[in-house]
Design a binder for this molecule. Sequence first.
Ligand SMILES: [Zn+2]
Length: 429
Amino acid sequence: MNTPSGNKFARVGVAVAIAVAMAIGSGAGSVAAASITFGTPTASSSFGKGVTFRQPFSSGATFREVDIAITDARSFGPAVVRIDAPGVSSFTYVLDALSANLRPNTQLVARFEVTLADGTVEIGPDIRVTYQDDRFKWRTKVGTIVRLHWYDGDEAFAQQALLMGEKGISNAATFLGFKETAPVDFYVYSDQSSFYDALGPDARDNVGGRAIPETRTLFALIAPGDISYASTVVPHELTHVVFGDITRNPYHQPVNWLNEGIAVYVSQGFDSSDKQLVEQAAADGSLMPLSAIRGMFPTTQDRFFLAYAESVSAVDYFVRTYGREDLVKLVKAFGTGASDDEAFTAAIGLGVDGFDAAWMKANGVTALRSFGPQPAPTGRATANSTSGSSGGSSNGLPVVPLLAAAAVLVGLLLVVVLMFRRARSRGAS
Ligand SMILES: [Zn+2]
């Protein structure tokens, strides 16, 4: 925010007084005027590179420190970065797209903060900029809530996608008992590589859409004319935006299976293919407990799809058992920053593990093979007793594989030396 001018003058007055006092006290010949005047700042965005902030200034003062504070819609407070070489007439800072994980339509507000030699802090004006995907000539269609941006395909395709978006957000808001009023930007990409570039380096495989609820932005990969795929991905991603609006808090993220499960439930229901995946996993013992999909979903394709199927299955079970109103209660509880247990208990009087067990039981599963970290072995193994038979050693390093690796390395070294000698002798002949 801008510093009110009255305050600023008062502070400059005090600073000058201190500077004069210091000059008199120290007998110094010259003391820089402790003040700075900020010019009109600029910011420019370039897709794939980042955003350059520039703040012209005039000052004869010595700076103790210059920082830039950048507020991003995705965070709860500004990120402050120290400017190492401030320059003589303007401050410049480049926010790197990759390291800041910038995605198109990220709104940023930045300002330069200058600490003068006497400790006075002067704050520059706000610089507002939106990081954009400038590789395409985007066209835009505006609905009641949704603003559809597309670059490929005709007007009719865009109109259909926009209507799907409007209907999707309205269905999701009704289902979750919420009223959406702020606009949502919906970007349609028609080719996979441009779409993945927009999502950034953390994009997962098998993804056709991505919602960033914090920036109220949705990205989807839809080939022009592929309206049937659009009819699933658009309401799915928009449900994430509504879910994000209800649950956003700085303390605790809701379990991921609930977020994904509701998105699938609202956009396509618990359909026969997902039912089949869950039934089969329950029958062959490969069903994952819901606790396994509280965070990121697995990356292998079969487990990735099973994770979605289980998520919608759990939401379907919840709605059938407790009703939609209790599901709304659960989602709203997450919005208060409640822990998983607190949120579930507030909604249904049962903790998250209790719900997990009930859902598994409903699928005919009572005991699961457990993977992942295992309890530490009891008793202490020694090098003498174990290295010969199992390859273990007292410090936990496997002795036999290490010896084998050393032997292979020595062998490789010999081969390299021999080849080198031969090559030299060939070159000489
Ligand atoms: Zn999703």
